[in-house]
Ligand binder design. Sequence first.
Ligand code: NAD
Length: 360
Amino acid sequence: MHPFVHDVPASRVVFGPGRRAEVPAEVARLGATSVLLVAGDDLPVGDEIADALGRVLTRRFTEVVMHVPVEVAARAVEEARSAAVDAVVAVGGGSAIGTAKAIAKESGLPIVAVPTTYAGSEMTPIWGLTENRRKTTGRDPRVLPKVVIYDPELTLTLPASLSADSGMNALAHLVEGLYAPDVSPLAMLTAQEGVRALASGLPKVARNPADLAGRSEVTYGAWLAGWTLGTTSMGIHHKICHTLGGTYDLPHAPTHSAVIPYAAAGNSTYAPAAVAALEAAFRAAGREVDHAAGALWDLRHEIGATEALADVGFSPEDVRPAARIVVDGRPVNPRPVDLAVAEAVIEAARLGHRPSTDLI
Ligand code: NAD
């Protein structure tokens, strides 16, 4: 048993099909009487929640942009200020929740989050903003949503490809949590259970996106993944994805899907406990495992998630400059990250072949 610190900010989690109907009650429970709703106008459930909120809804902010550009954040903060609301309800994926967090960061307003993807932002005190093609993130307990309502029915409309990529995004939080230097014994168990749930549920969703039991299993895994992301320090994988999203404008979930098997492979000999936990979790989900990185690749392949950075427009000449940004960001990672390591992981992710137990 090695020493640890377990320091987890609390949030209330309401889970189950149909439970989006409880948004007004949860808002009332916070004592809020005037709400700003953050929900893009492409999501029909935004209208449904707006109707349910009725007179408590003061204003709706629909300008939801991935990686939250600072100009958009400033407009969202101004909307909340001028409408004098006392709570924010965010409905959507990580982009909508990230916009609500930008408001909370400035105002301290409480957030009720209703996630519709598996990205996990709703469970973390992490905010992210993008300015001049550089993404900055930080931790602030004020941005952690006070209440999270997980309604697996909301993910039924998530297209199959985005379901697969978003599921791999959740898996990436769990993989990096398992080998994080600050993972507590409880977080280790939680992350392992999250991997099991995703490895079991994602193939069901891939076979039948309308399978509510499979959707529930994946939503459950995504909750555990978001919690893991919020309670541990992420390593080389997240630093690479953050760089590729912020500087190269690559899409969030597909990028995570493309990179994670290679981050795991690169770390495998440096993180034996994480590798053992991952392999056990895949086996508990009934999957065949030769090694952890290979099992991640097999799952990704089976569910039809994004397999190569080349497929999302990343060019070979960008590998080295991106690797340099990653190294400069000094990721906390089991394997020390120098230019050769960062380049090896990014190049392998660009190509997308099944990894061996170690990359370089
Ligand atoms: P997203 O929120 O940008 O959504 C992707 C697309 O899917 C959008 O067009 C959205 O309208 C659509 N969509 C969402 N839910 C849907 C549904 N149920 N049915 C149909 N369409 C739906 O993507 P994301 O991957 O959820 O979030 C990515 C963003 O979140 C990135 O900016 C990332 O950095 C951030 N993020 C932050 C944290 C954190 O802890 N701060 C964690 C994870 C992700």
